[in-house]
Design a protein around this ligand. Structure first.
Ligand SMILES: [Zn+2]
Ligand SMILES: [Zn+2]
Length: 681
């Protein structure tokens, strides 16, 4: 006899199926894709608790179980799935974190894919640590109308930029003193009147006070400043102002590009040629690339301004071969004050007899006649310290930093310093190699120039400005102010070349430019040309034509000759033909893969396996150099190899896929890509 159970068994299975069918429909769950705050290469999925699921959205921070521990994460996407997935559930919302806006979340997602870093690294780079702060009540200022009228060049650029109806890249090429800042302020005014917001990037933290001052004079307290030198409190206050829509204008160096502004209307990158727009630590992002991404997403104009645009920007804006319809070139020629560009005189240092003296008699007499007329002088010497070369007189051994294998630089405070890793050791005359007291110091650097200036001009105030005298942006401001008020001679590294407005400077002297020219990097001619043009732009900003004296052993080098003639067109043509012949940007894109390890032999073995891996690849239209030791072969105890890929933009993804297939590096060996590198050192 069948039991009751046996008899209705088929029914049970029918009901079970029916139950499961409905259960599936009703148990559709929300699943969040999360950036976990750990160095993991992927996003993780977690179930959103159903009771309060509407509280979770893109940009919400949550706590989650990870292995046996608890971790924090940020939601980047939410989707619905059926109940079959065996996922863990989110624990709770983390209320201490400020929600991230959707467009910033999108930017993070683009960033980690583009720069091939971990999602958390992208999050850290873009968001950092943020907290909202209570703000003191402030009266909002009304912007005051511009006291200046635009000249015809300025007006043409302005009119065309505000006519943009979608993403466009506008290159403003304006000689130093042509009034680019006035155009930027008009643009900011226009953007704000549309109810939108604007980011203005400047190249150096030390320049932010100058920009901020100019903009706050016009726009009052509707300006926020963001840079890495801010205290956590100041930084949080700035973010709070931005998030609460109190400051539609944000000014700062490259990290300002990540500002969480709502309703972005324009991004301006001033002095766009400056190397500081590239972050040189992992992830090595380029401000222009991030800015273009934000502008494309928001469908708004991007403005790149410079007196000396980078070769790539210039080519992309002016040459038919590279130009796209979305790039528009504006030339702003007239110096606002109507004074012509300074005259440049070259002093051939190969004819210079006394090798111990750094200042040529031509430069000394130019300084002399200047200070007699109570005019100010700027001297550029782009090398810190007193003597950059220390070697043994007896056995010839160079005294190097062990971490970097680079010669120490002697500084006047009786220290040896490594300018690559910043290590500082007491000076000595003792040679480690032959054990005699035979170390001698040679070469030229800024402290030695300072000493000579003090010798020739003992009664005049000389201010030295370099990383050693100005440790912060504030120090730098104080020194520049002092020079403005009572200084006669300002001696500085390239810090002084960048956009500081100082009236009454008549003469600029340039020393040690040959060192810059001899850096083993494909951009060294370009950087030299830019530096000369920039520093020359400091001269004669008042009423009289300025004067520049350049001491060099390479008078006939095209970078120096073109700078002398203020002939950017000629420079671009010559440099471009070199780049074309050697296949460098703008003719190709570069991707540099930096492989580093503390252990040299481990690195060598790994690079050999990379070599044979690459030899097996069949990659048309992609060529590469390396793996081979980098020009800076050792930095902070890490040995370094480079593989430089040359490719077209279309092959970008192929390179990224190739990187993912690289042989797995041994322990403690790092492989980090640098897309569109700004230098190959
Ligand atoms: Zn020795
Ligand atoms: Zn070092």
């Amino acid at each position: 006899m069948f039991s009751f159970y046996e008899k209705y068994k088929h029914l049970k299975s029918f009901f079970l199926k029916l139950y499961l069918f409905y259960a599936n429909i009703t148990s559709i769950m929300k699943v969040a894709l999360i950036i976990v705050f750990r160095g993991v290469p992927l996003l993780f999925s977690y179930i959103i608790p159903s009771e309060i699921s509407e509280k979770y959205k893109k940009g919400t921070h949550v706590s989650i179980p990870l292995g046996k521990a608890k971790a924090i994460g940020c939601i980047v996407d939410i989707s619905e799935v059926d109940g079959q997935k065996s996922l863990k559930s989110i624990i709770d919302i983390e209320k201490d974190y400020v929600d991230i806006k959707e467009d910033i979340i999108d930017l993070i997602q683009w960033f980690w894919k583009y720069y091939q870093c971990t999602p958390f690294k992208a999050y850290q780079t873009i968001v950092g640590k943020r907290k909202l702060r209570e703000l003191k009540e402030e009266k909002i200022f009304q912007a005051i109308p511009s006291p200046h009228t635009l000249n015809s060049d300025q007006h043409r650029a302005y009119d065309r930029i505000i006519a943009s109806t979608s993403f466009e890249c506008h290159v403003i090429h304006g000689v130093t003193g042509s009034g680019k800042t006035e155009i930027y302020m008009r643009l900011a005014d226009w953007v704000i009147k549309q109810g939108k917001t604007i980011v203005i990037c400047c190249p150096e933290i030390s320049l932010t006070p100058q920009y901020t001052q100019q903009f706050t004079q016009r726009f009052g307290n509707t300006v926020s400043v963001i840079h890495s030198g801010l205290t956590p409190k100041k930084r949080d206050e700035a973010y709070t102002r931005i998030i609460q829509h109190l400051t539609p204008i944000v000014i700062g160096p490259r990290s300002a590009i990540f500002s969480p502004l709502d309703n972005l209307g324009m991004i301006i990158i001033d002095e766009e040629h400056d190397a500081s727009y590239k972050q040189e630590n992992h992830p090595r992002y380029y401000t222009h690339t991030v800015a273009a991404q934000r502008c494309k997403t928001a469908n708004i104009p991007l403005v790149l301004g410079s007196a000396t645009p980078s070769l790539e920007t210039f080519s992309f804006a002016t040459q038919a071969m590279f130009k796209s319809e979305q790039t528009i070139y504006h030339q702003v020629n007239k110096r606002a004050s109507g004074v012509s560009m300074p005259s440049m005189q070259l002093v051939d240092m190969t004819m210079h007899k006394d090798k111990r003296q750094l200042l040529s008699k031509e430069l000394i007499s130019a300084i002399q006649s200047c200070i007699e007329k109570n005019q100010k002088v700027i001297i550029l010497m782009n090398r810190r310290g007193y003597c950059p070369y220390i070697s043994c007189q007896k056995c010839g051994e160079v005294h190097v930093c062990k971490q970097c294998q680079l010669s120490f630089t002697y500084h006047k405070d009786k220290t040896f310093r490594c300018h690559r890793c910043d290590i500082k050791v007491p000076m000595t005359h003792k040679c480690e190699s032959c054990n005699t007291n035979s170390l001698a110091f040679g070469g030229q650097a800024i402290q030695k120039v300072e000493q000579e200036l003090e010798h020739f001009f003992p009664d005049h105030s000389i201010i030295r400005l370099d990383k050693d005298t100005a440790k912060s942006a504030k120090d730098m401001e104080v020194l520049i102010d002092e020079f403005r008020q009572r200084g006669q001679i300002l001696l500085g590294t390239q810090l002084i070349a960048k956009g500081h407005h100082i009236e009454d400077v008549h003469l600029v002297g340039v020393l040690g430019i040959d060192t810059q020219l001899n850096i083993p990097d494909f951009r060294s001619s370009e950087r030299t040309f830019q530096l000369l043009m920039q520093v020359a732009g400091r001269a004669g900003r008042g009423k009289e034509q300025g004067q520049v004296v350049v001491q060099t052993q390479q008078c006939n080098h095209y970078a120096i000759q073109c700078a002398k003639d203020h002939n950017i067109q000629q420079f671009m043509e010559t440099e471009n033909s070199m780049r074309s012949a050697l296949q460098y940007p703008p003719y190709v894109r570069l991707t540099n893969v930096v492989v580093s390890c503390r252990n040299e032999s481990v690195l060598k073995t790994y690079s050999q396996s990379l070599q044979s891996f690459l030899d097996q690849q069949e990659l048309s239209d992609i060529s590469w150099i390396g793996p081979k030791p980098a020009p800076f072969e050792k930095v902070r105890n890490h040995f370094r190899y480079h593989i430089v890929f040359k490719h077209q933009k279309e092959s970008e993804q192929i390179i990224k896929d190739l990187l993912l297939r690289f042989p797995i590096p041994p322990k403690y060996c790092r492989v980090l890509p640098d897309f569109d590198p700004q230098q190959l050192l």
